[in-house]
Each structure stands twice: as C-alpha cells, then as structure tokens.
Design a protein around this ligand. Structure first.
Ligand SMILES: Nc1ncnc2c1ncn2[C@@H]1O[C@H](COP(=O)(O)OP(=O)(O)O)[C@@H](O)[C@H]1O
Ligand SMILES: [Mg+2]
Length: 238
C-alpha cells in the first residue's frame, strides 16, 4: 500500500468538557472515494470539523500527503487543499448562486483558472448555470446541495469532504448527486463522504469506516462491509 493521502491517528476532539472523538484512526488513499458512516450523534461531523480546522484536536495526528495539518486554522487547511461541504449546505442568504460558488475560491488569485472551474461546475450541474443570478437559499434542497458541492470544487481542492450528501433529499436526486461525485472523482479528486445512509455511501465509496460513540468500530472495503451481517442489520435495516 502506498502512503495514505489522508492519515489520521489516535485523534481526540470535542467541545468544552464534552469529549466526542476518543481514538479515531483512518487512512484514505489518493484518488479514492472513502466514506464514514455511523448513527446520528456518533461524531461524524465533529471529525470533519476537526480535520478542517474548525475544532482543535486534543490529541493524535492528522496528516495530509505526509504533512501534519492538525491544529491549523480553517484557511490554512483549505489552502493545503482540503474543502469541506458542511452538513445542511450553509449557503449564504442574499447572495446569488454564482457569488456563493465564487466564495469557494476566495483564497485564490488565478482568475483564468477560477473561470475554468466555474465552467466545470456549470457543466456538472447545468441547473446552477440557469439559476446563477438567483438567491442560492431560495433553491430546492437538491439544488442547494449541488451549489454547496460546487462551492467546494471552486477552491480546487485535492480532498473534498462532504457531510451528509443525501440528508433530506429524494432518491432520484441522491442518485444524481452520487453520479456527479463519481464524475468529479474521475478527475483525480479524493473524496471523503460522511453519510447516515449506508446504502448510498457504499454504492460509491471503495473503503468505509464505521464510527460508534467517537471510535472506529469497523473498517474495510465497502464490498466486504456491505456483506457483513452486523452492518446489514444495524445500518441497512436487513
Ligand atoms: N457544539 C457542540 N457542543 C457540545 N456538544 C456537541 C456540539 N456539537 C455536537 N455535539 C455532540 O457531539 C456528539 C457528536 O455529534 P456529531 O459530531 O454532530 O455527530 P454526527 O455528525 O455523527 O451525527 C453528539 O453527542 C453531540 O451532541
Ligand atoms: Mg453530522
């Protein structure tokens, strides 16, 4: 196995007196789609927030391409190539779709390349081009998720982390978004997907990490875990 692109070891994190992550170790290879699954409250969002610098780690390490990024601030993590599509999309009210997308590029100065990436996003999600002048928060949930993913792409990341791709969206839209992630992944972008919906995550990810109460309880290929009776019973309702 080559050195993982993202390697987290013994990570601890939390809020105030509340410790949420106890000992998280995961490894994501460059170019793959990996997923983190687990029940509501397991610590998935806390993990992404700690990776992206919104929460300081309390122990352990987060290495990206061999360099420690644990404890850097969010701008620094973004400039190292890690984009975070937050749970609930978090688009800016009063700003157009295009301005929300361009916010993703706020650390960049390469105007011509930014324009190319905007074209890429509009090719990926043509509805965003049609709606480019509309207040982004007035769009449907699925369209807002497209815009949030597009905003992530606009930073031209090497690792795109998405917190709850499918939450609240109709199956048809989830399929559309999953197909878009596969298309983005084919450009070489590494993707770390967080999902409560295990079926959706396992359909597109190659490796999975199951988090329970702030610890990794199982890890492996989605092919193997997808056939595991414990996973099928606890997370797939089978
Ligand atoms: N801002 C916060 N302050 C205190 N506790 C929090 C905060 N955000 C989340 N938690 C707690 O951390 C735990 C994990 O939450 P979270 O990471 O959001 O889980 P998940 O994303 O897997 O649903 C939960 O017990 C939750 O109540
Ligand atoms: Mg969450």
């Amino acid at each position: 196995m080559p050195e993982p692109f993202l390697e987290i070891r013994g990570l601890q994190s939390g809020y105030g007196d509340v410790q949420v992550l106890w000992d998280i170790s995961i490894a994501v290879q460059r170019g793959e789609i990996a997923c983190i699954v687990g029940s509501n409250g397991a610590g998935k969002t806390t993990l992404l927030r700690t990776i992206s610098g919104l929460l300081p780690p309390r122990g352990g390490s987060i290495r990206l391409a061999g360099a420690e990024i644990g404890g850097l601030d969010p701008d620094q993590v973004l400039s190292r190539g890690v984009a975070h599509v937050p749970e609930g999309r978090r688009l800016f009210k009063g700003l157009s779709v295009q301005d929300n997308l361009l916010l993703g590029a706020y650390l960049r100065r390469d105007k011509a390349e930014i324009a190319k990436d905007l074209d890429f996003v509009y090719d990926l999600f043509p509805i965003l081009k049609e709606r480019q002048g509309q207040d982004a928060t007035t769009m449907s949930g699925g369209e807002q998720q497209m815009c949030a993913i597009g905003r992530g792409i606009m930073s031209r990341p090497e690792l795109l982390m998405i917190d709850e791709l499918s939450l609240g969206l109709a199956p048809r839209l989830v399929e559309r978004l999953s197909a878009a992630l596969l298309e983005i992944n084919r450009t070489g972008l590494t993707i770390l997907l967080v999902e409560q919906d295990v079926m959706t995550a396992f359909e597109i990810a190659r490796h999975a990490f199951v988090i329970e109460t702030g610890q990794v309880s199982m890890a492996g290929t989605t092919e193997k875990l997808g056939g595991d009776p414990k996973i099928r019973e606890a997370y797939m309702g089978m």
